[in-house]
Design a protein around this ligand. Sequence first.
Ligand SMILES: Nc1ncnc2c1ncn2[C@@H]1O[C@H](COP(=O)(O)OP(=O)(O)O)[C@@H](O)[C@H]1O
Ligand SMILES: [Mg+2]
Length: 583
Amino acid sequence: MSIFRKLAWFFKEEKKSYFIGVFTLVILALIQLFPPKIIGIIVDSVADKTLTAKSLASWLSILILSAVLVYCLRYVWRKHIWGGAARLEKLMRKKLFHHFTQMDQNFYQKYRTGDLMAHATNDINAIQNVAGAGVLTFADAFISGVTTVIAMIIFVDPRLTLIALLPFPLLAYFSSKLGDKMHEAFKDSQAAFSKINDKTQESITGIKVIKTFGQEKEDIEDFQKNIDYSIRMNNKVNNLDAMFDPLITLVIGMSYVISIILGGYLIVQGEISIGQLVTFFNYIGMLVWPMFAIGRFFNVIQRGNASYDRVYGLMQEKSHIKEMKTGIKTPAKGDIDYQISTFKYPGSEEQVLKDVHFSLKEGNTLGIVGKTGAGKTTILKLLMREYDDYEGNISINSQRIQEYTLDGLLHSIGYVPQDHFLFSMTVRDNIRFGMPEASEEKVEQIAEEAVVHQDILGFSEGYDTMVGERGVSLSGGQKQRISIARALLVQPELLILDDALSAVDAKTEEAILNNLREERDNKTTIISTHRLSSVKHANEIIVVDEGNIIERGNHDELIALNGWYKKMFDYQQLEQKIEGGAR
Ligand SMILES: Nc1ncnc2c1ncn2[C@@H]1O[C@H](COP(=O)(O)OP(=O)(O)O)[C@@H](O)[C@H]1O
Ligand SMILES: [Mg+2]
């Protein structure tokens, strides 16, 4: 029942809808008491031969009228109660998704994606059920249950009512026992569902790896195991659920038997009429639904309660990245000052960054080079506030990056990661993702700058070609160039290319970088790469190794230094020559 207290805020907001809904249910319950009574009256008038065509016609028209009324009122409560539940679902889902967008990397390391998906679908659904089916069964079962019993007492006989209802407490006892078991089974089946979600996601993301290592068979077997387990758990829920119906049939059956024996006796004694007993039977029939409903009700609120707690728990998770609500909202712009003494990833002991210090003047270009795993991406992540727990200070225009709102900081940055991401939409929409109002000319001009325009014209439907699962498959280099075009279009104050040209050949890369230099003359750019020729023109280059800056300077200075950079540069030049010669 505590779920209703937890959802009090919602019912308060929607009190009009629920008031109308419940009020309609009360009227309905009262109207439904008439037909059995009328049938009883008709039976009695048949028995004592007083039934006339005229009175039969008027009784029948009352029956028809009440049927029509019931029909209309059902529409009214459905609209209000189901409508309210749908609004709750939408609201909860919106809140949860908003919360997901606020969370930092720690959160996504702690929770598996499959779990989050299960929360966003099944749990929200279970909560929605409380506000819909839960409220309905509660209100309806109690209102129609109580009014029916009262009608039995008034219209028929109190003693008969009392004795006929004796088996009912039995039902309450068994259904609560069953409810507990059901709750446990439901929890298990939910956990199994999460696991399948996770497994699916993992297999799809890792499909290349799975295939190259020839593990398809094992993977499918593993998947099958998960599915089997989930089916077993679901069957357990269904089996318990299935025990409910026979139980109700049994109790109602007992009730009928008692009524026939005792009712017959009362008729013989002349205490009630045959018509009254017919009415009574009808009323017992009307108690079947409330009995079902009470069982369902406990089930629904138990599920809803567990789900609400889980969702609430997620909502209580705080992002480590605290946004200063009163922070600077205008896009960050100016010199960057980067001073980090140490950084470790949460939950890891490894010092990933050590004494990384550099400044970058507005409008200049910084190159970050180094081996894979050196810490290049990490340096950029801190700049974008993916992690805040470090020793040191990062500022833009002499303001710590924490003093900006997240929008203020992030909207001024165009980040192109190595593992670029294209959406399932047309090429054009992918490019103008950050600026949907961009004109066709603008999109094409940007695509030319990213040296992907010719490629796009070669697609079957040009800029209207669909990308993604249902669309054309692009080469890695094409995807990277489209991602770059997307970032260029919004003309960010700071453009970050994080190994974003790794799949593009050296010639094309040079063309893109030349365009960038022209186009972004007075804007700041950071290029992280393992291909040294990409940063030849940068104002400063830092060489990172094991989280440390081991060399720094512009290209000529670094060559003169005759260290790692020089060695690597010569090696890559040679490599390129050999590759070029081989073509
Ligand atoms: N989320 C993470 N949690 C823990 N360690 C990480 C995480 N991401 C990266 N690392 C580690 O940090 C180091 C630097 O990684 P990264 O910045 O991605 O290097 P680069 O971009 O130069 O290839 C690596 O040793 C990597 O294993
Ligand atoms: Mg990287």
